[in-house]
Design a protein around this ligand. Structure first.
Ligand code: V47
Length: 366
């Protein structure tokens, strides 16, 4: 039996089996196939070669310190202007209380991101991180995107290296993958022209890696971008990874239009979501982990994505931050550890709790 009724896919499958890197055109061909099963099988082949049946999850909580933002991104339903109703900035004490609850519930990670807020001094961030570390030395702070770091360097007139070193000294352990959106122009400028461009996002990732800090990478898809824009994104990420090697995980983020300036768009469908998991696994060959972020995909698609190349479901989120609420596909922003494990096992995989940098977490039985 031939592998696929799609001739292009048969040729690409041979390269994948030989472990050869796929070209830009092959990435586009993968996306254009109508043989979803064969594409999924290829993604699963690579996933099993790297991880076998292991599927990771973590126990985490999101904390969005402020929703005040000057960036005005068209896809965002979270941000407010400083004087707009609903604008907020959490105090450091509030941050500590949120972290206290998270730790009490077993969280190993606090995921901290917020708006680009011109009212806050740089010391707000260093004080926040050092206070959190003083109270909860073992809690991993996965904090601040490359877009926030770029904003700090420009707004507080500091070098990139200074920004990174001072935040690292205060307690920033790793960085989440947000703000990558879509690198290709003119698409990026059409959806987020007030924040750093794709080259700058990549440059800063490299500098953070050189400072010994791991980061993640995302791609926001299912809005106005083309298939070529997506494949370009994959190629640029793997080129950066070849240079600086500090990316741990790629997370495709399915656009959720409700409450945004792009609310007339439909957002991606399940086929597109599954294809994006598989194509990213095949194209970004030098990233270890592909995450099916259940909050945006919805639980059912995220579970299915484990058979298309994903080996991570992210975490419990536990009531989320306000940003998570703005894009939650099924309106759900928390999941128990038991439910995550059940989802993974029902899909035929072995559930492994990890910390943020993919060490296994061993817990004493309750
Ligand atoms: O950068 C904003 C995206 C990102 C919407 O690193 C939206 O482990 C869909 O990066 N529809 C922030 N997406 C979230 C993020 C993330 C999430 C989970 C884990 C990790 C990780 C990173 O969310 C933003 C933007 O790309 N986003 N609005 C929306 N309406």
């Amino acid at each position: 039996m031939r592998f696929s009724h799609d001739k292009n896919l048969n040729l690409i499958a041979e390269k994948v089996e030989r472990g050869e890197r796929l070209s830009f055109d092959e990435g586009v061909a993968l996306y254009k196939t109508v043989d979803l099963n064969a594409l999924g099988k290829l993604g699963d082949f690579v996933r099993r070669a790297k991880h076998g049946r292991t599927t990771y999850y973590n126990v985490n909580r999101h904390f969005n310190h402020t929703n005040i933002c000057v960036a005005d991104c068209k896809f965002c339903g979270f941000y407010k202007r400083a004087r707009q109703e609903g604008a907020y900035t959490h105090s450091i004490d509030e941050g500590i209380e949120i972290a206290r609850n998270a730790v009490a519930e077993g969280a190993t990670e606090l995921h901290i991101v917020g708006g680009l807020n011109t009212k806050l001094p740089f010391e707000y961030y260093t004080d926040l991180f050092s206070s959190l570390k003083r109270e909860f030395p073992k809690l991993h702070l996965k904090a601040l995107t490359m877009v926030e770091l770029d904003f700090f360097a420009r707004f507080y007139k500091m070098s990139d290296e200074d920004v990174i070193e001072r935040l690292k000294a205060a307690g920033m352990d790793s960085c989440p993958g947000g703000g990558a959106e879509i690198f290709a122009e003119p698409t990026r400028s059409r959806i987020c022209d007030h924040k750093c461009d794709g080259n700058r996002w990549l440059e800063l990732s490299g500098k953070v890696h050189q400072a010994g800090i791991k980061t993640n990478a995302t791609m926001l898809y299912g809005h106005i971008e083309t298939i070529e824009d997506r494949v370009d994104h994959f190629v640029k990420l793997r080129e950066q990874q070849d240079k600086t090697g500090g990316f741990q995980c790629f997370i495709p983020l399915a656009f959720y239009p409700n409450g945004t300036a792009l609310s007339s768009l439909p957002g991606p469908d399940a086929i597109d979501n599954l294809k994006t998991i598989a194509v990213s696994r095949l194209m970004i060959d030098n990233f270890d982990h592909i995450k099916a972020y259940w909050v945006m995909l919805g639980k059912a698609t995220a579970q299915t994505a484990l058979h298309f190349g994903a080996n991570d479901l992210d975490g419990t989120i536990t009531d989320g931050g306000e940003l998570t609420h703005s894009y939650a596909n099924d309106g759900e922003v928390k999941m128990s550890k038991q439910e995550l494990i059940q989802m993974i096992e029902n899909a035929g995989f072995e559930a492994v709790e990890r910390d943020t940098v993919y060490n296994r977490v061993e817990r004493l039985a309750a």
